[in-house]
Ligand binder design. Sequence first.
Ligand SMILES: *Cc1c(COP(=O)(O)O)cnc(C)c1O
Length: 823
Amino acid sequence: MQQLHFNEIAQIVNGKIFAACNNNLPVVDSVITDSRLVHAPANALFVALKGPVYNGHHFISELNAKGVNAFLVDEKEAITPEAAFILVDDTRTALQKLAAAIRKSFTGPVVGITGSNGKTIVKEWLNELLAADRKIVRSPKSFNSQIGVPLSVLLMNNSYNLAIIEAGISQPGEMEKLEPVIHPEIGILTNIGDAHQEFFDSTTQKLYEKLALFKHSKTLIARMDDALIYSKVKPFCANHNIEALFWSTENTSCPIFFTVEKRENSCLIHARIHQNNFTFSIPFTDESAIENACHCFVALHALKGQTPPILKRFGQLQQLAMRLEIKRGINQNILINDYYNSDLNSLSIALSVLQQQAANKGQKKVLILSDIQQTGLPASALYTKVNQLIKTWGIDQLIGIGPAISANRKQFSVAAGFFSNSNDFVQRFPYQSIHSAAILIKGARQFRFEKISGLLQQKAHQTVLEINLNAIVNNLNTFRARLHKHTKIVVMVKAFSYGSGDVEIARLLQHQNVDYLAVAVADEGMQLRNAGISLPIIVMNPERDSFQNMITHRLEPNIYDTALLRSFAQNAAEFGVSHFPIHLKIDTGMNRLGLKTQNELQECLLIIRQSETVKVSSVFSHLAGSDDPALDSFTQEQFATFDKATAFIAQKLPYSFDRHILNSAGIERFPEKQYEMVRLGIGLYGISPSGLALENISTLKSTISQIKYLQANESVGYGRRGTVSAASKIAVVPIGYADGIHRKLGNHNGSAFVHGKKAPIIGNICMDMLMLDVSGIDAHAGDKVEFFGPHIPIEEIAQQLDTIPYEVLTGISQRVKRIYLRE
Ligand SMILES: *Cc1c(COP(=O)(O)O)cnc(C)c1O
């Protein structure tokens, strides 16, 4: 961002300065809100924000030690003599004020985009269309929240001549606050749907909220074909003196009218705009791409930019891989793909993910980086900054690709190799030379890094389970918000984290500072240790054969009977360890594993007190019916039994221990029984029995291999079970019961989501394939098919199979590749 003096910032945000030495106040050239993303600390201002579980004020001393000297806070107690502070009433409001001031001094036009869907795509496409002609600053990724918008706007400075900023809201009143921050001259309302509806009374109310962004705009772009939008936007524009640019594909009397000609893999779009005609093509056929492209065209018109060379670029637009992907690579590498944009901000975010994935100590960190574009900095200063970042994040090897980064090779102080473009890299790089490393592939789109990733990744698969790591963090935080600040969390990662994968999830959780992980058997724990996980790990089902491995790998056993305890204590003694942590399990009514009688308990305590080898770290029990209100009185009896047992143990042991009995449903329904610790399982993975608003984390997807057209009375698959009564269109999909699609879902019991519609599974499911009836659906070979995920809840499949979501999730076979996504 443009440089501001500490004093100026204090004035803008109306804050009070606290600093030991008033004539040596810092100059600020960047703002951070995430304590993990610090680079170039000397001129950074840390804004301490508070969320339901995160309080930036707690990181001040840590950041100060890293070299950050300027802080914006709203808790007076956070102020120390070691740094310069600005105290305000509310840091979030202050951040917005600061951004609004930066916005005021920006002279170029600002395009503001809101709506339910397509915001990020319209923003990115506009950027691609105009990047060669303008200097554009835009929101990184989909930064569009109350915090993301100000952080985007802070990137503005007058070396740019166009800004494109997106805004999203989830509650009434939010847009009011973003309006002065963005203050767009040209507005785009993409559409209105029912996303984020829970805090609004109606879609109309939500529409009015969104329109608040445009109340001072000169021009507003919206689609006439949505009756609600047209009926509200028209008077809104009239009242606020805004030029309304409505467009339509249906109403020929609309001054901006589009005719769409669909081809096999593309569309030809004819635009008529006040009697002038234009034609361009886009490489997509789906309705949302058409709508997004029309919005872009009208925005070009508003910016006076619909020239032939720009229109030609519509043909090269690409589906955005907007999220960063984590995949398994060849040679035991981990690949982090983020080749959708490249700027300093998104580079630091991606480096923090690299750091997290390379948790295994000594794992080599490699960065493959393209030229960085449009920063407004001179190249040598830019690559000196990049080198600083590379050093801060401890990158071991840099591979620079592109003319600019190659020309600036002397700015780098790590081991580095340079290539003029991706093809040069593909031909010359001995890519077998990177082993067991974490590799970040980060580049601007035109460098086509997908080629490089294709070479380095394990063979691509058509059937994948996509895991959304952001959703996992959000679910974790939803649970944290229901717990006291100091309650510890054990996350259950047994059975490959309920089917969603093991080390990637464990690394994420380690980074999120959970207190323990729990696995079912010692082997699962050893895999985590070998991958560098250092969190305490509890083994729920320890087997005698594995005790030695458990002790050497610091895996803590669940002790559920006396014989087991004796044997474990003896092994520990043979290894010469003392006070090895164990977890005592009390059976309070589940009648599965656990110490049940007073005698058993007494005997165990005797062994524990006599032996120095083990130490009770926690005492726990498991609820049999925490999700079922009909069993609440039984659950209360379990609590009472647990209280009695733990009180008894507390009397007998000379030290204290943690108590825990709640699983996910228990945390939702009996938070008053959280004691010192809870065990989170299925809730983290997005399933709630009590209707808590959790996010879906996994999507099972495949790809259509072939389309078949059948006559009436022909049949599909084994046993001729799928006989069709009329002419039908059938899609063959490479996923079968060996992948975890239960065979009971065949013969119209289950379905998949294709092109916005549900298509029933027809005939018997085969081992590696199944067939869908896609009659009446615009489906082609190569199209994606969802089996569960955002459109088909896992609960629905569980119901069809008369089972529970746990079984569906853990039933997805290991041969289905897991792909991890991060916003
Ligand atoms: C699996 C498990 C849990 C987690 O249960 P959820 O219902 O998935 O939250 C908790 N405690 C024990 C002992 C478990 O085995």
